[in-house]
Every structure is written in structure tokens, then in C-alpha cells.
Design a protein around this ligand. Structure first.
Ligand code: BMA
Length: 339
């Protein structure tokens, strides 16, 4: 059987560690996790739930910085190796189309996705209630706000890295104004990043314990010859609060509201001190990946306990093989998702 291929460029300097001997998990953690410590910047208590992208031989990222006043905002970071990060002290200065300051009231859980020649930053913000904010940049100096894509309430918007059928394509998770004890992943498309429609259901929470309460898109889907590889989060409710694990699915390349395979077991669940202990315990929250099309290596960035950023590794071969071997996709996953 041929091995699954990542349909993306090579990234020879991708952060990487081989799977440790004796580790049976489909994802293995970086031995030096967490990669960002507490109080990383003056006035910022914690950085977590953040996204990175390759940029001209190095790495750039948008980071959720929880300020000491409790208000989350997005900060820019740069890194030579994807592991050691330097952050700008000031928040990203978003502007409108006229170049006037257009700062959100708060901004959290940013994703960073390049489509064609533009980088898009997508986050959750106040729009008379929690919903999605977006901006574009080509130079990481000017970040121009785009129209808010959805009415409240919505979270976890994740853009695909290319247009599908000439349309920008985005996952999101309709929610409520609070900590949302429900939630399924939907897909929307747009010809211009302004008008969004053609909404489709992708997949719902399931009866499996680790994703029985809600699910939400995580990292931007990775294109492979088997389909779009999606790392998402699945949440369960316990008598002592929510537990966030990382799940995996493979979506149809041309019609990504169809789930081809959905892993019945989690890929990673809180087990290490930095995942189990922190501001919000028991959270593994994936927001980005880097991938090397030449070797199939994948590095996953995930927020840990709303306090740190962790790094985990896998390969296309390992993780796709694992998802297929543990596939529990059902009829509502496989259907096109429109009623
Ligand atoms: C979700 C989001 C995430 C956070 C998680 C756990 O609702 O707000 O930012 O990591 O809760 O607190």
C-alpha cells in the first residue's frame, strides 16, 4: 500500500523530534514542553492557544496573550526554529481599510493561514457577543481588518489553506455567549472573504466520552492525497469541569463537509503536568501545524491548560494510518451536510 503524501511544500527546518522508544501514541510530545513559559512579556501573564506559519525561511506566529488585567489579545512572535520565540511587546495594531486604528475589544484563540499571497489572522472577539474577527496582512506590519464573517455566537474559525472550487472555505463552531455546553463543526464558503454562505454541517459531537459535549476546529486542515487532515478539539464534561483532547479526521478534498474517516479515540489527551495543571486544567487545544511535504513530518502547536504552548509531533503516515485504523465515522459525518 502506498504511503499517504502531504500535498504541501518542503519545510526542511521544521521543528522535530523522533518518536521516543516505547511510545505507542499517534502523537508524541516535544521533550522540552512547554515551549513558552509564564509571564512571557511585560503585562502578559500567559501565552497559549496560538498559531504559527513558515515565513521566508523562519517562522512567524500570532499568539494569544492573556494580559494581567484578564483581557486576551493577540501578539506577534518570530522564531528561527519554531521553538524559541521572541514577541513584540505591543499588541498587533489592527487597522481598517482607511488605515485607522480598529482594535477589537478583546481577541483570543488566533489562527494564521496563508492563502495564495496573503496571510489571514482569524480569532474570536466581541461583536456584541462572542464571534469571529478576521484581518489580512502581506508584510506582518499592516494588519487590515476584514468584515466579521458571522453573527454571534461563534468560535473556532479555521480557514483552509487554499480555495476549494474557487471559494475560500472556513470551518467554524456556532456557540453561545458563555462556556458553551454544546457545539458541532460547520463549514462556510466565500468568493471574497466578505460574503459567507453555502453553509454545511461537517461533524457533530459524538457519544464517545472525550468528545461527547462539543467539538471545534483546531489547526488549518492539511492537504494530503487521502483528503484534508484535520486536528480538532473534543470536549467532555466531568463533575470537575471540561476536559479538552485532540481528535483527528480526514475530510474529502473536493467536498470537505464530507468526513471520510474520523478517529474514534483521541490522538492526545491531558496527561502531562503542563496540560493538567494551569489556569484552566485539563486542556489540549490545537491551533496550528507545520508540515514538511518532503518527509511527511508534522509539528502540532497546542495550548496547554490555558497557560502554555506545547508542541507535539507525528507523520502523515502515522497519523493517517491511525485515524483510518480507528475510524468511527457515521452517516451524519459522511453526508454532504445540508438539509
Ligand atoms: C474554550 C475557549 C478556549 C479555552 C477553552 C478552555 O471555550 O475559550 O480559549 O482554551 O475554553 O478554557
Amino acid at each position: 500500500m502506498s504511503q499517504p503524501k502531504l500535498l504541501c511544500p518542503g519545510l526542511p527546518n521544521i521543528p522535530w523530534q523522533d518518536r521516543p522508544a516505547g511510545c505507542e501514541l499517534p502523537l508524541w510530545r516535544y521533550s522540552e514542553n512547554p515551549i513558552i513559559a509564564r509571564n512571557p512579556l511585560p503585562g502578559v501573564a500567559r501565552i497559549f492557544n496560538s498559531a504559527v506559519a513558515p515565513c521566508e525561511g523562519t517562522y512567524i506566529g500570532v499568539f494569544r496573550g492573556e494580559q494581567i488585567n484578564g483581557v486576551p489579545y493577540i501578539y506577534l512572535g518570530r522564531s528561527g526554529d519554531g521553538i524559541h520565540w521572541n514577541f513584540e511587546r505591543e499588541k498587533i495594531p489592527f487597522v481598517d481599510r482607511n488605515g485607522e486604528s480598529a482594535m477589537p475589544v478583546y481577541a483570543y484563540d488566533p489562527r494564521l493561514v496563508k492563502v495564495e499571497d496573503t496571510y489571514y489572522v482569524i480569532w474570536c472577539q466581541d461583536f456584541y457577543g462572542a464571534s469571529i474577527g478576521m484581518a489580512e496582512t502581506k508584510d506582518f506590519k499592516t494588519f487590515t481588518r476584514l468584515e466579521n464573517p458571522f453573527i454571534p455566537f461563534n468560535r473556532n474559525a479555521v480557514l483552509f489553506p487554499r480555495k476549494i472550487g474557487r471559494l475560500f472555505t472556513m470551518l467554524s463552531r456556532p456557540s453561545d455567549s458563555g462556556h458553551t455546553p454544546f457545539g458541532d463543526i460547520f463549514l462556510s464558503q466565500s468568493p471574497d472573504m466578505e460574503f459567507w454562505g453555502r453553509h454545511r454541517h461537517v461533524m457533530s459531537r459524538s457519544s464517545r466520552w472525550w468528545e461527547s459535549l462539543k467539538i471545534g476546529g483546531g489547526a488549518a486542515p492539511i492537504e494530503t492525497d487521502e483528503g484534508w487532515l484535520l486536528f480538532y478539539h473534543g470536549v467532555t464534561g466531568t463533575c470537575n469541569g471540561y476536559v479538552y483532547s485532540i481528535g483527528g479526521a480526514i475530510l474529502d478534498r473536493d467536498e470537505p463537509s464530507r468526513v471520510l474517516y474520523r478517529c474514534g479515540t483521541f490522538l492526545l489527551t491531558p496527561e502531562e503536568w503542563y496540560e493538567e495543571r494551569g489556569f484552566v486544567p485539563n486542556v489540549c487545544f490545537p491551533c496550528a501545524t507545520l508540515q514538511d511535504g518532503d518527509t511527511g513530518r508534522i509539528a502540532i502547536y497546542y495550548g496547554c491548560a490555558d497557560s502554555y504552548v506545547g508542541l507535539a509531533f507525528t507523520t502523515a503516515d502515522e497519523v493517517i494510518g491511525y485515524i483510518k485504523a480507528h475510524d468511527e465515522a457515521d452517516e451524519t459525518d459522511r453526508e454532504p451536510g445540508v438539509r
